[in-house]
Design a protein around this ligand. Structure first.
Ligand code: FES
Length: 118
């Protein structure tokens, strides 16, 4: 049976502070539907993507951040942190999550975390 919910609630949930993530680093947060990698770039931009590489499930939060991209620690696929798309010759996509930063505090939308279960 198909069920569609066309009016997602945008309820932001705080997941920590920018200062808690090192520049060009990441932290991994657990949700009921899987792990999300939250990255901080050298320029203090914050991005959130699914932590699982679509190639062979590499933990992207342990990858190397360069610019607004991350390189998977297992086989070096590169993902655009903004779009979640694999760059270069590789084809793949990871889920991205909207992020908001207010006074150094990071917020994410949990409804989309639930959608990640599909
Ligand atoms: S698991 Fe990420 S590149 Fe292979």
């Amino acid at each position: 049976m198909h069920q569609t919910n066309t009016v997602p609630q945008t309820e932001w949930v705080e997941i920590g502070t920018v200062d808690a993530i090192p520049r060009r680093g990441a932290r991994c947060i657990n949700t009921p539907t899987g792990k999300i990698a939250v990255f901080r770039t050298q320029e203090d931009q914050i991005f959130a993507i699914e932590n699982r590489c679509p190639h062979k499930n590499g933990p992207l939060s342990e990858g190397i951040v360069h610019g607004a991209s991350v390189t998977c620690p297992l086989h070096n696929w590169v993902f655009d942190l903004q779009t979640g798309k694999a760059l270069g010759a590789d084809e793949g996509q990871v889920r991205t999550y909207p992020i908001d930063v207010i006074d150094g505090r990071i917020f994410i939308v949990p409804d989309l975390m639930m959608a990640a279960a599909e």
